[in-house]
Every structure is written in C-alpha cells, then in structure tokens.
Design a protein around this ligand. Structure first.
Ligand SMILES: [Zn+2]
Length: 132
C-alpha cells in the first residue's frame, strides 16, 4: 500500500472509526459518504468500541505469500456491539477454539510486511475478549 493511502486509512485501521448518520442514527464501518439506510449525506465520524461477537468464521490454510507466515489463520465476520458486521482476521486463537457468538475485542497487530525491507503494515484484528 502506498503511503498517502496508508495515512488516509489510519483512523479506520487503528481507531475503528466509522460513521454515524445524523438523520437516522445508523452506524457504519467502514465509514460511508452516504447513509445506506436513509441515503442522507449528513454523517459524522463515530469511533466503535472495538467489542463484538463472532458471527461466522472460516479458517485459511493456503494464502498469498504475504500472509504465509500466519497460516493457518481465521477470518471472521464480527458483529460489533454497535451493530455493523465487519470482516477481520482473528488473533491469539486456534481454529478449534473459535465459537460462534464468542465475545471478541479489537487489538492492533502486524498485518503484513512488504518484502524483506519494506514497510510493516499494522491494523486491527480481533481476539477473544479477556475475562473481566
Ligand atoms: Zn441514515
């Protein structure tokens, strides 16, 4: 990913920043320019809590070179506490330990390295929520 794109996406990747519709209150992630619910363009940024539950998941055993070191890893649809479903990689959990409905929380992790000396990309993943 090029540097300008990286900076544009930093709030989305590190702070889980989406949008909230001022007209109808619907919250979206990733951020939208137009509310998909009521078509309003009156949106404000909204920072999600980073908590949710596993809605569905799938484990990857073959991947592109950049992700090879992580195999096997699991991709999940996570339902955020505030409503939206997002696609994310799961961290700190084996494929046999994941359950539908399991509480998860966002963490910032390395996503991939762009070659031997290239930049390392970080972003969000979700892990099982720590017991409180
Ligand atoms: Zn709306």
């Amino acid at each position: 990913m090029d540097i300008p794109r990286y900076w544009r996406l930093r709030n989305q990747r590190y702070r889980l920043e989406g949008t909230e519709c001022i007209e109808c209150g619907q919250r979206n992630f990733p951020p939208r320019c137009i509310c998909p619910h009521c078509k309003s363009d009156s949106l404000k940024s909204f920072r999600f809590s980073g908590r949710g539950t596993v809605y569905s998941f799938s484990t990857i055993y073959q991947a592109l070179d950049t992700f090879d070191k992580d195999i096997p890893y699991s991709i999940a649809l996570v339902k955020l506490d505030e409503g939206p479903l997002i696609t994310t990689q799961l961290a700190d959990v084996g494929p046999d330990e994941i359950q539908i409905g399991q509480p998860v929380e966002m963490v910032i992790r390395k996503i991939y390295e762009d070659g031997e000396n290239g930049p390392i990309q970080y972003g969000y993943k979700f892990r099982p929520a720590l017991k409180e």
